[in-house]
Design a protein. Structure first.
Length: 137
């Protein structure tokens, strides 16, 4: 009989409110794979960042907190999903920010979507990733 790998919830310092208030894990580690919940541009007090570029940066900083708490890095990301309120208009600015965090030569897969709204007013983007330990070249 095959046993399932252990699952461990990843909750970086400062993200406890997400678990307490919304009842979901910022990340779940299963074996060598980390699933990071969609991260938005809000700070530890759940305040949404108003400036678009700063909000995109905060999305990636939040992803980075989950990666770091599980012992991963941006280089371990194998899959990227993004949702945008104003798609594709926000894509050029978003790509500039993304490239500050995710670098080649081996890029993750990437799927982007346009949506009508998000869970909190003011959110313009959400970033979700999957990472595999040792996924970096």
């Amino acid at each position: 009989m095959k046993t399932a790998p252990d699952r461990r919830m990843i909750v970086p310092p400062g993200m406890e409110a997400i678990v307490e208030r919304f009842h979901y894990a910022p990340g779940v580690l299963v074996g060598d794979t980390l699933y990071v919940s969609g991260q938005v541009g809000r700070d530890e007090t759940l305040t949404v960042i108003a400036d678009r570029e700063a909000q995109f940066e905060q999305c990636f900083r939040n992803v980075g907190k989950v990666l770091d708490a599980a012992g991963f890095s941006f280089a371990d990301i194998v899959e990227l999903e993004t949702w945008f309120l104003d798609f594709p208009a926000d894509l050029p600015l978003f790509m500039q920010v993304k490239d500050r965090f995710i670098k080649g030569p081996v890029y993750p897969t990437w799927t982007g979507f346009g949506v009508a709204s998000f869970s909190m007013p003011g959110i313009v983007c959400e970033v979700k990733v999957k990472a595999v330990r040792g996924g970096s070249p």
